[in-house]
Design a protein around this ligand. Sequence first.
Ligand code: 13P
Length: 258
Amino acid sequence: MRKKIVAGNWKMNKTLDEAKALLSEVVNMIKDEVIETSNRGDVTVVICPPSIYLTTSRQYIPSGGRIMLGAQNCHEKESGAYTGDVSASMLKSVGVEYIIVGHSERRQYFGETNAQLAEKVDRVLENGLVPIFCCGESLDLRENGDYVGFVKGQLTDSLFHLSAEALANVVVAYEPIWAIGTGLTASSAQAQEMHFEIRQHIASKYGDAVAQDISILYGGSANEKNAADLFAQPDVDGGLIGGASLKSREFTNVIKAR
Ligand code: 13P
């Protein structure tokens, strides 16, 4: 079912003490203001701290509620001699429920390929977890190229080997690279255009019913000021939030904008 989701990607930020403080503030604010006392109780919140803090973070997040624990990445193999890495099953074993796959920073700095990401998606799904599959074009493509075709290609290469049943468990995040951490947000119209194209592309392979059920999140300089406009678009089902997820008040305001 198409869900409203706001996910916070902390990236490589915070010490353990800072992470604990941020998490307890966010959990309390969400409990007090978002879920129990407003009509926003239908939003799923995913918090993705650095992997070293996941075990501790699990203790701060009430199980069975609307706040989910997410990881920022996993390896494409189930286990083995991959020094320094973690697998989807390891993440599952510490209580992770969602895993970000194919963030543009992983593609750019770690050379992750569409084929490798297809394997990661498989591992995440095999473990019964939800992949948040990231796609998005560079500034150069946005200005000079077929950016819609490029993003469609990312989806085709990394997701279209899945059955319709498997795809139904995937969340897509559209994150234009030119908008990440730059303060340059896609306009609501630009976001809607791409989200519509993504949904159409999924429909072309899996049919309209499947496409309508997929949650597509927007990411890239989303914050408490622009979130309401972005989230009001018919094909924008929520956000993948970077910088603005590092401050409890701002992140909670973004959730409330959904
Ligand atoms: P910012 O919100 O900091 O632009 O980051 C977006 C992002 O990359 C989330 O995964």
